[in-house]
Design a protein around this ligand. Structure first.
Ligand SMILES: Nc1ncnc2c1ncn2[C@@H]1O[C@H](COP(=O)(O)OP(=O)(O)OP(=O)(O)O)[C@@H](O)[C@H]1O
Ligand SMILES: [Mg+2]
Length: 336
């Protein structure tokens, strides 16, 4: 009966003796992406990364010496096809036939880990946004005061530098104003309205007509009747920023594809370009204020995009390959 329960369990269950696998259930073989037969007699330590093997060996020895279940641990496991997966491990001694052996259960926690990562990144972005907005606010006030005195000075004295000073000051004030706007979209007092994204995306594309002679645009807009509730101007700005980035990523000829569809109560919008792509090590910088690889970029475009999507309970992720292109995946809750 025990064997039956384990055989049909959805969790990867392995029995091993003297570090050799003597039994694995069907789910386990699927999990390791191979067959049950191929795993027989395999060294159980070999599924762990080399740096963890000594620690796992000690754990198995301790488990074998006692009768208790060992506290669970999290470890990366290597599958037959060479891919790795985050798992949570439970091991305990059991009797199999007339032998005392170790039963190890592997639970796939990759989705949980991925979610934790997304949440951490979101919190990180939110707190960077808060700090940036705080600094912008503090710096803006004294700069405005300086601008006032500069104007007074200009009235009583004339000096060629005064004009330059005012121009530079205006640039600084504009940066502060932009930063404040993009990192605190909740300050924008805009009413919530029902948004028809298919219509809005089509209108937005018209704004880029003059830049489209070398770029082919493909719009695949399905489920046109779906609506999202939100601040329309913020969204228009966000999608403008995304399309602008996609266009700027294409140096000569290229293609931009915009898709819209509804699935499981989410509106999915994807923007794909065949542009330069983003290096892997830069991907987690996206959304951070002032991160830009462009000569004249402010690096605030994606900050505005990320904050807007998150403020509306949505998700955004990106997939990119250098030299091939980039896709931004956006998911927003459908209006109930
Ligand atoms: N579609 C894309 N393809 C390639 N790189 C991109 C893409 N979108 C964003 N990036 C990268 O992310 C950086 C940050 O983008 P963001 O829109 O925040 O700022 P920016 O475009 O540099 O400046 P601004 O939006 O103020 O003009 C860009 O400089 C670029 O390196
Ligand atoms: Mg941009």
């Amino acid at each position: 009966m025990y064997r039956n329960i384990i055989d049909y369990s959805v969790e990867t269950t392995v029995l091993h003796y003297d570090y050799k696998i003597i039994y694995i259930n069907k789910s386990g073989a699927d999990f390791f992406r191979t067959s049950k037969e191929a795993l027989m007699d395999v060294d159980v330590l070999s599924v762990f990364q080399p740096s963890s093997r000594e620690m796992i060996k000690k754990r198995i020895q301790e488990c074998m010496a006692g009768n208790e279940m060992a506290p669970s641990i999290e470890e990366k496991v290597i599958r037959a096809d060479g891919t790795t997966v985050e798992t949570e491990l439970y091991c305990r001694p059991v009797t199999f036939g007339d032998r005392k052996v170790i039963q190890t259960v592997f639970r796939d926690i990759s989705i949980r880990k991925e979610t934790e990562k997304i949440l951490n990144n979101r919190e990180k972005l939110a707190s960077i946004g808060q700090i940036a907005a705080g600094i912008a606010h503090e710096v803006k006030n004294p700069l405005t005061a300086v601008k006032g005195f500069l104007q007074l000075l200009k009235e009583s004295h004339s000096h060629p530098y005064l004009q330059t000073m005012e121009i530079e000051l205006d640039k600084a004030l504009l940066t502060m104003q932009n930063l404040l706007q993009v990192s605190k979209p909740d300050l924008q007092e805009e009413p919530l309205v029902s948004i028809d994204f298919c219509k809005e995306l089509e209108s937005l594309m018209l704004l880029f007509q003059d830049k489209l002679y070398n770029v082919e645009v493909e719009m695949d807009l399905r489920d046109r009747e779906t609506r999202v509730i939100g601040k329309k101007n913020l969204f228009l700005k966000a999608f403008f920023n995304l399309i602008k980035n996609a266009l700027e990523a294409i140096s000569e000829k290229g293609k931009i594809r915009i898709t819209h569809y509804c699935e499981n109560q989410w509106v999915h919008i994807q923007i794909t370009d065949t542009g330069v792509g983003i290096p892997k090590e830069k991907l987690n910088m996206l959304g951070t204020p002032f991160f830009s690889s462009k000569m004249d970029g402010t690096g605030l475009g994606l900050t505005q995009v990320y904050t807007t999507i998150h403020e509306h309970g949505g998700h955004i992720s990106v997939d990119s390959k250098c030299g091939e292109g980039t896709t931004f995946y956006i998911r927003l809750p459908v209006a109930g």
